[in-house]
Design a protein around this ligand. Structure first.
Ligand code: SF4
Length: 424
């Protein structure tokens, strides 16, 4: 392995030297997937179905021999095990395109001088010592271990991520739509409360090295285990140095006597990405169970905290692809950033905006073209520009009709523009 300073590493990354295959995630990113399996990142192949948060602590995973081997391979560019795990990035690069690894490296180098970037300092030390050791506060954890309770039943949500949606879909035609979406029940990550406590104990041990924690649910603010975890972290001196980030529906802060904001204010910084997909009643239909005005009021409460940054994440599909300009304008007027490009809905297939009838697609694309915010809708426009499948659109209408029958709602009352295209 070549010994390199942070500056030399940065130079080799920029030039694309062949004796280095650097990915910052190996020095910063502790990731487990929907099934609790440890992986290098969401694109990397898992180490095995049994290698998960259930039986491997965060520290064991981070320091295990295979992780060390991949880091060594990356620091000398001789890939073996890395090929098995990072196949997706390698294939993209071999095809001459920019991979997620390339983007991550570009972002890393944009952070400032190499000597000021903890990930490069850690990698530099590993290149000098021939072995990586965790010494700095540079870990980013993604925790989805607190449960999947959610009070909403959004029409596009993967049922494993919301207990309310699971319950609702089980009631419709003997679980027909659940089977259509081929989504199994979320496995319980831990066999016992002791197993969960052991895992959380492992996370708490790592806190001196943790820079950021991304927390997902269910709806994290309504998960008892999440509140208890925050209570434990704020008792340590580390909370003041850790940033938190959330995807939240922002419908409630309070859980029993515990208010999540009383914990969040004790962290170095918090980013809340609030899911709002449309305005008023249309939003409340899409995000069934939410009350638009209450969500907006909650956003204003959270924004009063100086360490909390709020933005809006708009998942775009069949029902709101035509409204993206109005949503962006609404939040811009409130000095809130609404993001669209990251969350174009691809699953289930039949809610993809591409399957809308051609006249509606043309109208929605024209609205995007006219919008001063059109740069923010490029992924939405791309999805609308894809070819459609009428069968998928009619499936969507049957699905919505089933939801309406159960809920007492009416798709066509809120989206009359869809009605002329319903099959007789
Ligand atoms: S190289 Fe690609 S697949 Fe491997 S950890 Fe980095 S981003 Fe993930």
């Amino acid at each position: 392995m070549v010994k390199r300073s942070p500056e030399q590493l940065a130079g080799a990354i920029k030039r694309g030297d062949s004796d280095l295959y650097f990915c910052p995630l190996l020095f910063s990113h502790l990731y487990s997937d929907n099934a609790g399996r440890w992986r290098l990142c969401c694109r990397a192949a898992p180490f095995g179905d049994d290698y998960s948060v259930r039986n491997v602590s965060p520290h064991e995973h981070w320091t295990r021999p295979q992780m060390q081997q991949i880091r060594r391979e990356m620091l000398c560019g001789e890939l073996d095990l890395t090929r098995q795990h990072c196949r997706k990035c390698l294939e993209i690069e071999e095809a001459g395109r920019k991979s997620p690894r390339d983007m991550l490296n570009r972002k890393l180098l944009a952070r400032g001088e190499p000597a000021d970037i903890p990930v490069l300092r850690e990698a530099s030390r590993a290149s000098a010592q021939g072995e990586y050791a965790l010494t700095e506060r540079c870990l980013e954890l993604k925790l989805r271990v607190f449960g999947n309770y959610c009070n909403l039943a959004c029409y596009m949500c993967a049922p494993v991520n919301s207990t309310t949606r699971l319950k609702e879909l089980r009631q419709i035609r003997d679980g027909y739509w659940l089977r259509e979406m081929t989504v199994p029940d979320r496995p319980d990550f831990f066999e016992s409360e002791e197993g969960y406590e052991r895992f959380i104990g492992g996370v708490l041990e790592l806190l001196p090295y943790v820079k950021k924690i991304k927390i997902t649910g269910g709806e994290p603010f309504l998960l008892r285990r999440h509140h208890e975890f925050l209570r434990q972290v704020v008792r340590t001196p580390h909370a003041r140095r850790i940033r938190l980030s959330y995807d939240t529906n922002m419908t409630k802060f309070q859980l029993g006597s515990s208010n999540v904001l009383s914990y969040l204010e004790k962290f170095h910084g918090v980013t809340l990405s609030v899911s709002v997909d449309d305005l008023g009643e249309r939003n409340d239909y899409i995000r069934y169970g939410a009350k638009f005005e209450e969500v907006i009021a909650s956003i204003e409460v959270a924004r009063r905290y100086p360490n909390i940054k709020v933005d809006v994440s708009c998942a775009t599909g069949m029902l709101n692809a035509g409204d993206v300009h109005d949503v962006a304008a609404f939040f811009d007027a409130r000095r809130l950033e609404a993001k669209f490009n990251m969350c174009v809905i691809t699953k289930p297939l039949f809610v993809q905006a591409r399957h809308l009838p051609d006249p509606l697609k043309a109208e929605y694309l024209a609205r995007i073209e006219r919008s001063p915010f059109r740069e923010r809708f490029t992924s939405v426009a791309h999805m609308l520009g894809e070819s459609r499948d009428e069968a998928q659109f009619q499936t969507f209408l049957r699905y919505a009709a089933d939801l309406d029958a159960l809920r007492g709602t009416s798709l066509f009352a809120l989206w009359p523009e869809l009605k002329p295209f319903a099959a007789p």
